[in-house]
Design a protein. Structure first.
Length: 337
């Protein structure tokens, strides 16, 4: 049997994602330009922004700790060329718990959303406004700030070398699927907010008008339309497929039983979503700036996911044990890529 390489494409992909996770979180943790941004605002917006910023930043410190643990574990593995199973499990559990605490930092935003919805109910607001508040504010924020942390904590609890691997795979798939659903809802809400901003309307997705010498000049922005489509419909389709895949795969008992290629496709498409939106602004947007770019580039703590294709591509080319030569013993997913 051929000797297995210590550094495989899949391992290198994981290392690259861990480094991106650490560096993006490090940058976000120590970017302090947000301090005092509420000073020029009127009440109650001033207090709301102040409370949201403080709680989010406090809990961001836990994601920073998670990134340090992930980076430190990777560095230790590279030096020792091996780590015990209990050590790896402990590190992953800590990362999951601290990541869950990070998302809990958005609970104040969810609380204000619920408060706003209750206020609309008490004032007999129109059904349209109630629906808008519920679908585009209450549900997305509760999902990201309450449900997602709970699932992360449950996954961390289920993750143990003493527990059946089947359960760990199931909760890992559920957690990953929920992340995609959260990204779909939150990013779609941001695009809808841009469309509604100052009455821009749907036409803003492909063109804007700018006065030049007293004449309105039309400027086309096809990248806006593409970004909206892959956000509102592309991520929705990916979320639906992830739910289907999770349901069909939840009973698998070993890593070798997972269909690595399909997991690779899901991860690749999620990573390409972040890559497209980042590079579309660099190459096509020019001087264009709106709330979407402000959110995606300035307030998005998940931009590290643009490195996901580096993990996805090796998974796409992973060969199951049935595809290996007969004289070669089946290997685990990590060792065979």
């Amino acid at each position: 049997m051929a000797e297995q390489k210590f550094l495989t494409p899949l391992k290198l992909g994981f290392f690259a994602v861990i480094i991106a996770y650490f560096l993006f979180t490090l940058h976000g943790m120590f970017t302090l330009s947000w301090i005092g941004e509420w000073e020029h605002m009127r009440e109650p917006t001033r207090t709301i922004i102040f409370v949201e910023d403080i709680t989010a930043t406090t809990c961001l410190a836990f994601r920073f700790l998670a990134s340090i643990i992930a980076f430190g574990t990777m560095f230790t593995y590279l030096i020792k060329k091996n780590l015990s199973k209990p050590t790896i499990y402990k590190a992953v559990r800590l990362v999951l718990v601290f990541e869950g605490i990070y998302w809990l930092g958005l609970a104040t935003t969810a609380g204000y959303s619920v408060q706003s919805f209750a206020r609309l109910l008490s004032t007999n607001a129109s059904l349209v406004n109630l629906t808008y508040s519920l679908l585009l504010s209450v549900i997305p924020t509760i999902l990201e700030a309450i449900i997602l942390p709970i699932i992360l904590f449950l996954f961390a609890f289920k993750l143990s070398p003493k527990k059946p691997f089947k359960i760990q795979i199931k909760w890992g798939l559920i957690t990953g699927t929920l992340y995609i659903v959260v990204f779909w809802l939150i990013n779609t809400v941001e695009w809808i907010s841009v469309i509604r901003e100052r009455g821009k309307g749907v036409q803003y997705l492909w063109m804007t008008t700018t006065p030049v010498n007293g004449v309105n000049q039309i400027i086309y922005h096809p990248e806006h339309l593409v970004s909206f489509i892959i956000t509102a419909f592309g991520l929705a389709a990916l979320a639906i497929y992830a739910v289907y895949f999770t349901k069909k795969t939840a009973g698998v008992e070993t890593l070798g039983g997972l269909k690595a290629g399909r997991i690779g496709v899901i991860i690749l498409l999620l990573g390409m979503f972040f890559l497209w939106n980042y590079f579309s602004w660099i190459f096509f947007a020019g001087s264009t700036w709106n709330n979407w770019y402000a959110w995606f580039l300035g307030h998005n703590m998940d931009l590290w996911m643009l490195s996901l294709p580096l993990v996805a591509l090796p998974l796409l080319f992973y060969k199951s044990p049935n595809q290996q030569p007969k004289d070669q013993k089946p290997n685990s997913l990590l060792k065979n890529v």
